[in-house]
Design a protein around this ligand. Structure first.
Ligand code: PEP
Ligand code: MN
Length: 344
């Protein structure tokens, strides 16, 4: 049940609703409609007779299980997530770029300058890496986080990096501007709960065999634990064709825009696995309505320690960021095209 209050509703209505839900043994959370009015979501139903309270303007019984993340909870306003001074979901697609893995301090700073010059506004780089093989390079750990902080200092770019364990959330949040929860950890609910307890923005990647609802329920863990700063990332799902490492699922983008108010970006690097496909699929993601892209970039992709095959150069990135801007302005980058398809 999603209960929306008027802007002028007394605070007591919200607290009373939360008390009633608690007395009925129902989980409930307070959120807002994005325009300042309180919204209370309840996992279950409060009898109508108990809802005769001042300031309630709407009671929705029909809504997705991911209540806080749903359009029903925030029908008029989309969430904008601020990372440093970068706004994700505000209408201008943003580019996050950098190496798959942080390898070396000076090289990272070189890459950070190069991606900034190429038009990126957020630096990516893994310090804790979820590798398929236990024998593969696992990342520099906290030292890598320190290098990311140094690269931010040198360039002013905010940084996004992966956190893999609940107990590392505070430490990674200490260094980073945005926490990445990777595809392999999308359903690590203890990690989601901990990342929900900080206010640091979270980039939640879709698990490569996760359904839309499973992914949005993972986002719900973050929101329900108190962190409203969630950005979704479509990074490709498992297909049958070895020609591609993964298949970037662009259906996800307009779908998420229809059912959720959260911003969504795409990752065509992991979503294809091939550098020659990255540019076109990034543009396709923007055309599908994505709020940005995350791209693996390195000045010498062939010598990158991890994911070199899908890594582009800063020169290629520069062309790509210009093309993304061109596609976005061609579409006038509003929600208007999406409202035409709403209700499918
Ligand atoms: C990454 O961004 O380098 C990464 C490991 O991503 P994913 O979790 O999508 O595989
Ligand atoms: Mn990678």
């Amino acid at each position: 049940m999603i209960i929306t209050m008027a802007l002028t509703a007394p605070v007591s209505t919200t607290t009373t609703l939360l008390d009633i839900a608690a007395s009925l043994g129902l989980e409930a959370r307070k959120t807002d409609d994005g325009a300042g009015a309180d919204v209370v979501v309840v996992a279950g139903s409060i009898p109508r007779g108990e809802l005769d309270l001042p300031g309630i303007v709407e009671v929705k019984e029909k809504h997705p299980a991911f209540m806080l993340g749903s359009r029903e909870a925030r029908p008029r306003v989309r969430t904008i997530v601020r990372v440093g001074d970068v706004e994700i979901g505000a209408g201008t697609p943003i580019v996050m770029a950098g190496p798959c893995v942080v390898e070396d301090r000076d090289e990272l700073i070189e890459i950070a300058h190069a991606v900034k010059q190429a038009g990126a506004s957020i630096l990516r780089g893994g310090a804790f890496k979820p590798r398929t093989s236990p024998y593969a390079f696992q990342g520099l750990g906290e030292r890598g986080l320190q290098h990311l902080a140094d690269a931010r200092e040198a360039t002013g770019l905010p940084v996004v990096t992966e956190v893999m364990e609940p107990d590392q959330v505070e430490m990674v949040a200490h260094y980073a501007d945005m926490l990445q929860i990777g595809a392999r950890n999308m359903a690590n609910f203890n990690l989601l709960k901990r990342a929900g307890m900080v206010r640091t923005p979270v980039l939640l990647k879709r698990g490569f065999s996760a359904t839309m609802d499973e992914w949005l329920m993972s986002a719900e863990y973050l929101l329900a634990a108190g962190n409203p700063n969630v950005v979704l990332c479509e990074r490709g799902i498992r297909g049958f064709d070895p020609a591609f490492r993964f298949n970037l699922d662009l259906n996800a983008v307009p779908h998420v825009k229809q059912v959720s108010h959260l911003p969504i970006i795409v990752d065509p690097s992991h979503g294809t696995g091939r550098r020659s496909l990255v540019g076109r699929m990034a543009l396709a993601g923007i055309a599908a309505g994505a709020d940005g892209v995350i791209i693996e970039a390195h000045p010498r992709p062939e010598s990158a320690l991890v994911d070199g095959n899908q890594t582009i150069t800063p020169e290629e990135l520069r062309k790509l960021t210009r093309q993304c801007e061109a596609v976005a302005s061609l579409l006038a980058y509003t929600d208007a095209p999406l409202s035409m398809v709403a209700g499918d």
